[in-house]
Design a protein around this ligand. Sequence first.
Ligand code: BEZ
Ligand code: FE
Length: 285
Amino acid sequence: MDFTVESATSAVVGSFDATPDPRLREVMQVLTRHLHDFVRETAPTVGEWNTAIEFLTEVGRWCSDTRQEFILLSDVLGVSMLVETINGHEGGTESTVLGPFHMTESPRRELGDSIDLIGGTRVCVVTGTVRTTSGEPLADAGVDVWQCTEDGFYDVQQPDRQPAGNGRGLFRTDAEGRYWFRTVVPSSYPIPTDGPVGTLLGATDRHPYRPAHVHLIVSAEGYEEVTTHAFVAGSAYVDSDAVFAVKKNLMVEFVESTDAGAAAEYGVEAPFVHAEFDIVLHERS
Ligand code: BEZ
Ligand code: FE
């Protein structure tokens, strides 16, 4: 049969009929249908299609051990958050994008340690409890945190200016399921714009900023791991995160405290900023 605009889809969908893995067959056939509909609706010229292919080629060229431009593309298109949201666990803390900066292992730290190795100006203590969906505290849960500097850069972006592991820490909760660590008050910052994803944001008049946040991956034996953020309530860009990760349940008040007793307990000087972020893990199914 002749290849026509109308017959194209059934011909290509049918070409995957014999795929042994049923999930791969389903994914390729649905992809074909949606991709063909996209092409029929937008009717690109051959030149425009070549531009699209050159763009994706450039995204691949920018990928390296320290840069993941495809994750960035998936993030700014809202696809990463869609996948996270589809795979969320009812009753557990909501999950968000991993982002491209969790590429090194966080150094193991003791409860109360600071992840700020360069002496930032606004000291902050983050505390919380990890619990099950029925409210039981989870002892010995892993709390992996990472955060950029007050200037808005992760250690991997500034290997000449920041020690490796700055802004990162892997903690384990105590017998009551509690965790606490010192850091600096998070800042809002732009995602990297020097590559093709930045060019796309510029061409579409979109800003690259993310609201201030701390990243966390929380895990415990027998429970679903959650990748999430604690967002600074009231931060700039909470209503227009470049990667669409904000959820209202992840908004955390970062409160100025003058409590000298609490400051002494956490090993900081009053006044300091305190944020409390509790986590709920869903039992593994
Ligand atoms: C981040 O918060 O580290 C991030 C997330 C998505 C894209 C770029 C950066
Ligand atoms: Fe971040």
